[in-house]
Design a protein around this ligand. Structure first.
Ligand SMILES: NC(=O)NCCC(=O)O
Ligand SMILES: [Zn+2]
Ligand SMILES: [Zn+2]
Length: 563
């Protein structure tokens, strides 16, 4: 057996020690001799936090399952004991939105199911849900391809499935995915014209099928035709640099698609999940729908909560002259007039490229609105407008981002976040006083488990739940850098960001995989988590349908006049 220590860039340094066995793993004494994992673990004296309560208690784990949660648990000598006094013991994070080993925009994401998951574990995320992309429209071929990609998994994962075309075969395959393959959600892209985008007719067919299967419909909400038009405008204006990306797909384009998707889901009466909500415009649509009782889930991502354009245009990253040209380009865009003075970004400036994602990172103000929408229900004790936080981790290195050096439309879209999410959400939401620790558990783990129907196996520290646990020290701190992160990328959109709070220990499936800033992960040890249809979001849907039908049958009074 082979044991290696390697850093995120593959060299043998101790900075971000990263141990793995090439094959094979056994609990306790592993096949490759890594001794830090144990089949019996006692976490002593921490504050155990679930979404519904917090209590000081011990947690006892055996063979990957939580066996007991209560004060003063006594154990034998063969049990590994972790002292969590003064720290929080919480369910491992569940990231509802990732793209690992994703073939996209002429390249493949730099993180695969091993490096991406290793990064996740170092950041306290013990499960993620990735998007299977059909192969030439075939869901079966897409599923098989992702099963292969995920073979090297070192933590648990599930799948959503994208729908990119419509016919009877696809409709039947959706059924197979739900009934036989453990998939209970389907994503429809309203953007990426000419590639993944679908039209409203297909969206309606897809929504109806999702409803009949008890599967959750998800949307990437940007109007792809409008984006295409915006891109043409930019190119006509000579704006080929990365600023053209954001300028070509303003927030109204996201708001329109969000509104359309919500209204069509309402028309079909099926629950809807809006992925990567990035703007006030989209939040307003979700809030309006939720206030009327419509079942709409809004997922902001770490980048939307933590970043805004001001950082992107920061003179540290971009020279002042270029900043002016960016403002000018926006002005030009608004007036829709070409300008002779316009100076596009220099092709050698790659600093902004790393931030290019869709929908784009917005101007300052949108980030605060997203944060407020996550905490609204907490403050008003009514509805929350946004329910959980993902990352849309879709990481490309600088060489890949440079594919769009002459044309922003070719910059691979996507940012990192799988390792940073738990820390960022803590710092931005809990440390800043916007939500409680129980709410933190809800939006980083429990709500995701409930929505995708795997609660309380996941998302809880309860007897019988999987032993996916983090020990979080609120008094420690952390700085995010590409040098120390575990993604394979050479850049990080949160570079240099410091924050309070740190995941000190990650336990995944009953194994201690992150401790003392060291990762001990094993390819192949992660499990595929099948997710059953008809989550709580579907409760009572048929009653609403019946109400609608009976309203149609109400007698219609017509005058007998013979005009
Ligand atoms: N979001 C993004 O820019 N890349 C990943 C693909 C997607 O989710 O749209
Ligand atoms: Zn998307
Ligand atoms: Zn995505």
């Amino acid at each position: 057996m082979y044991v290696s220590h390697l850093s995120s860039h593959g060299d043998l340094t101790s900075a971000n020690l990263f141990q793995f066995c090439e094959a094979g793993f056994e609990y306790g004494e592993s096949a490759c001799g890594i001794s830090a994992s144990s089949s019996k673990i006692l976490i002593k004296g921490g504050t155990v936090v679930n979404a519904h309560r917090e209590q000081v208690a011990d947690v006892y784990v055996e063979d990957g399952i939580i066996v007991a949660v209560k004060p003063n648990i006594k154990v034998a000598d063969d049990v590994t004991v972790l002292d969590a006094t003064g720290k929080f013991v919480m369910p491992g994070g569940i990231d509802p939105h990732t793209h690992l080993a994703f073939d996209f925009m002429s390249t493949q994401t730099i993180d695969d199911f091993f490096s991406g998951q290793a990064a996740a574990l170092a950041g306290g995320t013990t499960m993620h849900i990735d998007f299977v992309i059909p192969v030439n429209g075939s869901l079966t071929a897409g599923f098989e391809a992702y099963v292969k990609k995920a073979k090297k998994s070192c933590t648990d994962y599930g799948f959503h499935m994208a729908i990119t075309k419509w016919d009877e075969v696809v409709s039947n395959e959706m059924e197979i995915m739900v009934k036989e393959k453990g998939i209970n959600s389907f994503k429809f892209f309203l953007a990426y014209k000419g590639a993944l985008m679908i039209n409203d007719e297909l969206l309606l067919e897809g929504f109806k099928k999702c409803k009949s299967l008890g599967a959750l419909a998800m949307v990437h909400a940007e109007n792809g035709d409008a984006v295409y038009e915006g891109q043409k405008r930019m190119i006509e204006l000579g704006i080929t640099g990365p600023e053209g990306h954001a300028l070509s797909r303003p927030a109204l384009v996201e708001g329109e698609a969000t509104s359309r998707a919500i209204r069509l889901a309402g028309f079909v009466n099926t629950p809807l999940y809006v992925v990567h909500v990035m703007s006030i415009d989209a939040v307003e649509e979700i809030a309006r729908a939720r206030k009327t009782g419509q079942r709409v889930i809004g997922e902001p991502i770490a980048a939307g909560l933590a970043l805004d354009e001001s950082r992107i245009w920061d003179p540290d990253f971009v020279t002042a002259a270029k900043q002016e040209s960016a403002l000018l380009s926006f002005f030009v865009f608004v007036l829709f007039l070409p300008s002779n003075d316009f100076q596009p970004f220099q092709p050698d400036d790659l600093s902004y490229f790393r931030y290019v994602m869709s929908p784009p990172i917005r101007a300052s103000g949108h980030d605060k609105a997203l944060q407020a929408a996550l905490s609204t229900g907490v403050l008003q004790d009514t509805l929350t407008f946004l329910q959980l936080v993902g990352t849309d981790h879709c990481s490309f290195n600088s060489t890949q981002k440079a594919l769009g050096i002459d044309d922003f439309r070719k910059i691979p879209n996507g940012v990192n976040g799988i390792e940073e999410r738990m820390h960022l959400v803590w710092d931005i939401m809990v440390e800043a006083g916007q939500i409680s620790v129980t709410d933190y558990v809800r939006i980083t783990s429990t709500e995701c488990a409930r929505i995708f129907n795997i609660y309380p196996r996941k998302g809880a520290i309860l007897p019988g739940s999987d032993a996916d646990i983090i020990i979080f020290n609120p008094n420690s701190s952390l700085e995010i850098t590409a040098k120390s992160h575990h993604s394979r990328s050479d850049t990080n959109v949160y570079e240099g960001r410091k924050g309070k709070g740190k995941v000190e220990v990650t336990i995944a499936g009953g194994r201690i995989v992150w401790e003392n800033d060291e990762l001990k992960v094993v390819p192949g040890s992660g499990k595929y988590v099948e997710m059953q249809p008809f989550s709580y979001l579907f409760n009572g849907i048929e009653k609403l349908d019946a109400k609608y039908l009976s309203s149609l049958k109400a007698p219609v009074k017509r005058s007998k006049s013979t005009a």
